[in-house]
Design a protein around this ligand. Structure first.
Ligand SMILES: C[S@@+](CC[C@H](N)C(=O)[O-])C[C@H]1O[C@@H](n2cnc3c(N)ncnc32)[C@H](O)[C@@H]1O
Length: 387
């Protein structure tokens, strides 16, 4: 899949696109550190081909020697490929480790949008891939722990909630014509509803959008069905289309961040799917889950984590698994092929293709049965992360 030289976008173009936020916003939470796309130009650019070549050949001794002489491990060749990408592509795990230790960013992407992990994954180099996944997860964990101490002054999607939205039969768009929700996701929403309604009872959904998941939830006739929605126009449309008149439906207008503390209910099933929020917001929601979900209850969320890059998606799936398992959840990702649901026509009139992967990994997270164990384990996990 490596693009041919003449057609490859330049590293500068990729950097410009990154700076403009292209491919990094919209539906699907993005990662905290994944804004780092290209390393800055190096003053020792002339040395770069040499360290790239030695890395590609797996020559650990020479790579170490070049680093000792001052070669920049963050340099890149004219395609934006770092020594780490060259080493990963060729499965040289020892060189990858050495370059990571020397400070090469694991998450730099080249002009074609690929990172070192993408190259290792495509070439089937399992141990290199595992090392890069592990590095990514650890680094995002540390970053997340640091972020916790920053003062959050504004919520992620304040701007979106003040914008107009556009409804049509098969999509809901924001003011910039980015897809908030699209009908190609209907089978996914039906699968999410099946998962969270498996035990019946009281169900909570955060984010109404086009009401696809809520329509599917209704088909399971839950005892109660609570919906939290924060956008005034989406809310207005829900009311106009009769959702408030359904006997078991309870609609709450507001942001989940404000609404959750006053709910006073513990649910059997919870689904979370908002718009324009980041991984930190999802993580904040996950921190509330022990208080919101009954023991044995099922939680699921729209898994659009970094859905424009296969490797970052893997890292974030692992990260979520790790964090939830520390809260006594068991997590399964059910693979659902989505390639056939999508063609170029799907994206007509949509300014950003928010989904780029062939498979959707539907998360099914079940809360452990013993409450006390859960909170104890969580405290232990938190200590580990922040120490
Ligand atoms: C992707 S759509 C949900 C799609 C829905 N799952 C469906 O099946 O149609 C996201 C929804 O979350 C709402 N939303 C965004 N931020 C929110 C927040 N902080 N609290 C509650 N709702 C929010 C948006 O207005 C939008 O209606």
């Amino acid at each position: 899949m490596a693009a041919q030289n003449s057609q490859e976008p330049s590293a500068a173009a990729a950097a410009a696109a990154a700076a403009a936020g292209q491919g990094r916003e919209g539906r699907g939470a993005i990662g905290s550190q994944l804004e780092v796309l290209l390393p800055p130009p190096t003053p020792k650019a002339a040395e770069c081909p040499l360290i790239c070549e030695r890395s590609a050949n797996g020559n650990l001794v020479e790579v170490k020697g070049l680093l000792a002489l001052g070669a920049d491990p963050r340099c890149h060749d004219r395609f934006g490929r770092t020594p780490l990408m060259h080493a990963a592509k060729n499965g040289h795990t020892d060189v990858v480790r050495c370059l990571l230790d020397a400070g090469t960013p694991w998450n730099a992407v080249d002009a074609s949008g690929k990172c070192a992990g993408d190259y290792a994954m495509e070439a089937g180099h399992q141990s290199t891939f595992d090392l890069l996944v592990d590095t990514g997860v650890q680094s995002e964990l540390i970053f997340g722990a640091l972020e916790k101490y920053k003062n959050k002054t504004e919520f992620s999607n304040k701007h979106y909630l003040e914008e107009r939205v556009m409804f049509s039969e098969d999509k809901l768009l924001d003011e910039e014509s980015k897809g908030i929700m699209m009908s190609w996701e209907k089978p996914l929403m039906e699968a999410h509803a099946r998962a969270v309604c498996a035990g019946g009872g009281d169900i909570l959904n955060v984010g109404f959008g086009m009401g696809l998941v809520d329509t599917a939830i209704q088909s399971y006739q839950p005892t109660s069905h609570t919906i939290i929605e924060a956008h005034p126009e989406v809310y207005k449309r829900m009311i106009a289309s009769g959702w408030a008149e359904k006997a078991n439906v309870h609609i709450i207008f507001g942001q989940w961040q404000d609404v959750l503390p006053s709910l006073g209910v513990v649910y059997d099933g919870i689904f979370f799917d908002t718009y324009g929020e980041h991984y930190e917001d999802l993580k904040e929601f996950h921190d509330c889950l022990p208080q919101l979900l009954k023991p044995g209850g099922i939680y699921s969320f729209f898994n659009g984590l970094c859905a424009d890059n296969a490797f970052f998606h893997v890292v974030y799936c692992q990260l979520v698994s790790l964090v939830l398992s520390q809260m006594d959840f068991t997590i399964q990702f059910i693979p659902l092929p989505v390639k056939d649901c999508l063609d170029e026509k799907t994206w007509e009139g949509v300014s950003h293709k928010y989904w780029q992967l062939d498979t959707y990994f539907l998360p099914v997270c079940q809360k452990g049965d013993e409450r006390e164990n859960c909170s104890l384990k969580r405290q232990k996990g938190d200590d580990k992360i922040s120490s």
